[in-house]
Structure formats: structure tokens, C-alpha cells
Design a binder for this molecule. Structure first.
Ligand code: THU
Length: 160
């Protein structure tokens, strides 16, 4: 018997001003994107932005449904646009943030498991890491070097 440890490395920036100008801009676009959210049920407006290798920035927000399982996460919305309209472009970095109707979220929000697996699919497809920036409405920003680092021991399509 043996044990292994799987983990990840997160770089923490205390404020937006500590990020590179490009990453600041990307997070600002994610913050703007929360206004695209349709979230009457949760009041949890998630914004996601992505910068491509042609420097284009796209963004999306969560879209809810009275039948709750049909809700679309912000990450899925922006990734679907990229897959449909920019299938040959590389995603360099994604930024994800939130604005809740209930309270100010002052710590980074973390993508759900389904979004992590979807981001990993894009990363594997483009054969290049997608950097991830996570932020609440205020507070620190987490930086991860890849989608894979968000999903240790991930399911890997190479076994199929
Ligand atoms: N949500 C996202 O948009 N992304 C995530 O990674 C987690 C959750 C949305 C789905 C739903 O509209 C709301 O947040 C509350 O779960």
C-alpha cells in the first residue's frame, strides 16, 4: 500500500492592481459580464471572460431556468461561444467572478465540477494550458496555471 498526494498551486494576489494590465482588463470584462446574467432564482450573477490568442476577449454569464437543472454556468456560456465561433483559436486565460444579490462575496469563487471538466476539455483540445483567474466581488484574486490544476485526478479522455 502507498499513498500519494495530489494537489495544486494557487498564487494569491491581494488586489486587482497587483495583476498584469492584461489580466486586470480580463477580470474587468468578467465583472462587466455579470450584468449579462439571468439569475432570478439564485441572485448569484457569475461573469466569465476569456482572452484568445488573437487578443480578442469574449465574455458570458450564467443563464438560469425555472427548471433548475437546466441552468447554464457562465463558464459554459462563454466556452460554447468560443467553440462555435472561434474553434481554431487558443484560449490563453479565463477570469471568473460574481456579484450576489444577497451579500458581498469577498473571496474568490471557484468553478463547479462540471465547468472544471469542460475547461479541461478545451485545454486538452488546444494542447495548451488555460490560465485561470478567480475573484469574488471584492478581495483577493486566485491565479491557477491551468484548468488541469483545478481538477487533480481528472477524468482523461485518452482512456476512451
Ligand atoms: N454558477 C456558475 O455560473 N458557474 C459556476 O461555476 C458555479 C455556479 C451559477 C449557476 C447558477 O446560476 C448559480 O451560479 C448558482 O449556482
Amino acid at each position: 500500500m502507498k499513498k500519494i498526494t495530489v494537489g495544486t498551486t494557487v498564487t494569491i494576489f491581494e488586489s486587482l492592481s497587483e495583476l498584469s494590465p492584461l489580466h486586470q482588463k480580463l477580470m474587468e470584462e468578467a465583472k462587466k459580464a455579470v450584468h449579462k446574467s439571468y439569475s432570478p432564482y439564485s441572485g448569484f450573477r457569475v461573469g466569465a471572460s476569456a482572452i484568445l490568442d488573437n487578443d480578442e476577449i469574449l465574455s458570458g454569464a450564467n443563464q438560469e431556468n425555472a427548471s433548475y437543472p437546466l441552468c447554464l454556468c457562465a463558464e459554459m456560456v462563454v466556452l460554447s461561444t468560443i467553440s462555435s465561433d472561434f474553434p481554431s483559436k487558443i484560449i490563453r486565460t479565463m477570469a471568473i467572478t460574481v456579484k450576489s444579490a444577497k451579500n458581498v462575496i469577498d473571496m474568490p469563487i471557484s468553478p463547479c465540477g462540471a465547468c472544471r471538466q469542460t475547461m479541461l476539455e478545451f485545454e486538452n483540445r488546444q494542447d495548451s494550458p488555460i490560465e485561470i483567474l478567480l475573484m469574488g466581488e471584492t478581495g483577493a484574486i486566485y491565479h491557477l496555471e491551468s484548468a488541469k490544476s483545478l481538477l487533480p485526478l481528472s477524468f482523461d479522455g485518452s482512456v476512451l
